[in-house]
Write a protein that binds this ligand. Structure first.
Ligand code: TRP
Length: 340
């Protein structure tokens, strides 16, 4: 009975797809800005989340690092609340349909269109010795990720919106050339979620690989390390604890406190109206420790059993593959491939 109702709901529910690359080490900023909310989305949508490991090799990465990052990110996604029972959670490379569709879509993507992608231009500038074809093709693989699942909504950071636009262009082109095949997805930059900046430079984003200078708090950091980083966090001149344009350090800390404790920025500000900077930083650190603690504990439990982790990956990949191959088969047929 219950199954029946949820079945009916599923049919009308919109589908969400997003993915995250296993590069670097996810931060408190990633958590408070996005990951924290992903676990709840299944209440409203049918959700698929992938670890985009195929995308990770477009920049230089050691085999050991790719392997460990992929496992870590998968377990971390479960730990932040993406329950594999309520979501389809998988590794991109475990569903070969992604690579297959991306080859097919290459032929309906114009060289000029891919050349205009700002991320490609930025990354080319950053690593001129490794401007490989995969880096150029990155957005087409991303389009394949999305289109395989007929996703309606794609939550992404604003730096990825241009890629979602290209995905829409490819989908429309294919639909018009053959017949309606792909859902044309809508990219969405979530409005909820806090924007968190580096603790050592509050004008720069908290980066996934900014470990050396204590600017980034990682989701899996131990409490002592988190506290040390907050104690060293740069503040601003003056002594007032107030969110303001000329107080980026204090504003960032207030934002973190508010997001971690579930308060508004205003409430946080009032709470610290008569504190000094040192006490304030201590309290923000404690709030961060407490927010991350259950995530880290769940993560550590998951990492104790590699076999179980692989079984979760396998089950997720099977669910994803069933959906993906339905689309891929249609695409092959429409283009004119002989199918067995
Ligand atoms: N490129 C995305 C990022 O860097 C990750 C990603 C890969 C993705 N495939 C996707 C995001 C499909 C949304 C949909 O953040």
């Amino acid at each position: 009975m219950e199954n029946q109702t949820s079945q009916q709901n599923t049919e009308k529910r919109k589908r969400v797809f997003s993915a995250i690359k296993p590069t670097g080490n996810p931060t408190l900023g990633n958590y408070l800005g996005a990951m924290k909310y992903w676990g709840k989305m299944h209440e409203e949508f049918d959700c698929l989340f992938a670890v985009a490991d195929l995308h990770a090799i477009t920049v230089a990465i050691e085999p050991k690092e790719l392997r460990e990052n992929s496992k870590r990110l998968f377990a971390l996604l479960v730990a932040v609340g993406i329950d594999p029972a309520d979501n389809v959670l998988f590794l991109q490379s475990h569903v070969p349909a992604h690579a297959e569709l991306s080859w097919l879509l290459n032929n309906y993507t114009m060289f000029g269109e891919a050349s205009r992608m700002t991320q490609f231009k930025d990354k080319s500038k950053k690593a001129p010795e490794n401007i490989n074809v995969g880096l150029f093709d990155y957005p087409v693989l991303m389009a394949a990720d999305i289109l395989l699942y007929q996703a309606d909504i794609v939550p992404v950071g604003d730096d990825q919106m241009q890629h979602v636009e290209l995905c829409r262009t490819i989908a429309n082109r294919f639909n018009n050339k053959f017949s309606p095949t792909f859902t044309v997805p809508e990219g969405r930059v979530p409005k909820f979620g806090a924007r968190i900046y580096s603790l050592s430079d509050p004008t720069a984003k908290m980066g996934k690989s900014d470990g050396a200078n204590d600017g980034s708090v990682f989701i899996l950091d131990k409490p002592d390390d988190i506290m040390r980083k907050f104690k060293r966090a740069v503040t601003d001149s003056g002594r007032e604890i107030k969110a303001a344009d000329d107080k980026p350090g204090i504003t960032n800390l207030l934002t973190i406190y508010a997001a971690a404790s579930g308060a508004t920025l205003e409430q946080a500000q009032n709470e610290f109206a008569s504190s000094d900077y040192a006490t304030f930083k201590q309290r923000v650190g404690e709030a961060a420790v407490e927010t991350l603690r259950p995530v880290r504990e769940k993560y550590e439990a998951l990492r104790r059993d590699d076999g179980e982790l692989l079984r979760l990956m396998q089950a997720g990949a099977e669910k994803a593959a069933r959906l993906a191959y339905r689309t891929l088969e249609k695409v092959y047929k429409k283009i004119g491939f002989v199918r067995l």
